[in-house]
Ligand binder design. Structure first.
Ligand code: DP6
Length: 381
């Protein structure tokens, strides 16, 4: 933390995004953001995608303010105010007089996503995790890890998982309702992920509105909660702990498909995937067929972008195939975040059956691995 003057202090942190492999979809309490089921996610490394937030407290400030991606946002937003008032409450109950004093000051927040939000990459998880983590650093509350997860949850449900690195489970019945790590980032070092940014023009219904509609209308969601997701969470946890890629991949794809089936079962229906997303799903299944094993898995959130998982040994081969089908820019610009070695994919493409109509339907992809939770990037932090 840097002290600009005794009466003004600021702190800058970054926080990662996370991708759910067992999805959170549906709340039992919309105000408190309590989910209907446990979910499991992987936190992605912050080399290419992260939210960066600077929080300043000062006696000079007369109101709370927030600037998001260079635009003044409403500091009156309910979720922003919920996070802020909960963290102030926590600070006000501290045994440290300095923390109590700080809790009384107004804050100025400046937050930036370094990835294109317009590309439909989820930003609320890293955004709220970063907000809460940065304020906690400023108020010296960093040891309250569990409470911080509950606070981030009040901003956006999935944000409570972004406070931790590695493989994370969000428990719907825990008190308070929080996420906790299942395994750390280094647990499965071979795991890789490609985030495929799919061209998209339509404006989708946001997650909050979408899941509320599903809770009210989808019988399939009811079925999932009663009969599917509990066992699936346990199986997924096991697959992760045993680094069993085939099981992990199967469960990931099945859970993504069930989530999107619920979206179709919602009335009026929610269309998050588009024809490119469906073509990616088909390619992954055909690729696994020609490889005679499950080598790649897909998952999709509330948008058409695909997140593809595979192990390191498969990365260059699958990436080259994927580029042959969907890329219209050179290999080296199509893959960002890490340089990949192009592989001659002619034989694989022939076996899969080429389809020129798909060219250019993925703008670019980001190569990631499982990474750490938020961190303070102040030189003195
Ligand atoms: C499909 O966390 O964005 O990405 O709690 O209403 O802010 P709110 O929703 P949000 O929902 C994320 C839904 C999802 C699945 C997931 O991340 O588990």
């Amino acid at each position: 933390m840097s002290a600009d003057s005794p009466r003004s202090q600021s702190c800058t942190c970054i926080a990662p995004i996370n991708i759910a492999v067992i999805k959170y979809w549906g709340k039992s309490d919309e105000d408190q953001i309590i989910p209907l089921n446990d979910s499991i996610s992987l936190t992605l490394n912050t080399d290419y995608m992260y939210t960066k937030t600077t929080a300043t407290i000062s006696t000079e400030l007369t109101k709370d303010s927030i600037i998001l991606n260079n635009e003044e946002a409403s500091g009156d937003g309910v979720r922003f105010q919920n996070c802020l008032s909960e963290i102030r409450k926590l600070a006000a109950s501290s045994k440290h007089a300095s923390t109590v004093e700080k809790s009384k000051l107004k804050v100025a927040i400046v937050s930036q996503n370094n990835f294109p939000t317009k590309a439909g990459l989820a930003s609320s998880a890293s955004g709220y995790a970063c907000l809460v983590f940065t304020l906690a650093q400023l108020f010296e509350l960093e040891s309250h890890k569990s409470e911080l997860s509950a606070l981030a949850r009040r901003g956006s449900g999935s944000a409570c998982r972004s406070l931790f690195g590695g493989f994370v489970q969000w428990f719907h019945e825990s008190q308070p309702c929080v996420a906790r790590p299942i395994a750390e980032a280094q647990h499965w070092p071979q795991l890789r992920c490609l985030v495929a940014v799919v061209s998209n023009t339509s404006k989708a219904v946001g997650s909050t509105e979408g899941m509320s509609r599903s809770v009210k209308t989808s019988k399939l969601l009811e079925y999932r909660i009663k009969h599917v997701v509990r066992d699936r969470v346990e199986e997924m946890k096991m697959a992760i702990l045993q680094k069993d890629f085939v099981k992990f991949a199967e469960l990931t794809m099945q859970d993504s498909n069930q989530f999107h089936a619920i979206c179709l079962d919602t009335y009026p229906p929610l269309f998050y995937m588009n024809s490119t997303s469906q073509a990616i799903i088909q390619l992954v299944h055909r690729y696994n067929e020609i490889r005679q094993n499950i080598k790649v898995a897909y998952t999709f959130d509330a948008g058409p972008n695909a997140v593809l998982f595979m192990e390191e040994a498969e990365l260059n081969r699958f990436a080259s195939v994927f580029h042959s089908f969907f890329g219209s820019i050179p290999h080296e610009s199509f893959f960002r975040g890490k340089v990949l070695d192009p592989v001659d994919s002619t034989k694989d493409v022939e076996a899969l059956g080429p389809d020129n109509a798909l060219k250019g339907q993925v703008q670019y992809t980001i190569v990631c691995h499982v990474g750490q939770g938020p961190k303070n990037i102040d030189p003195t932090g």
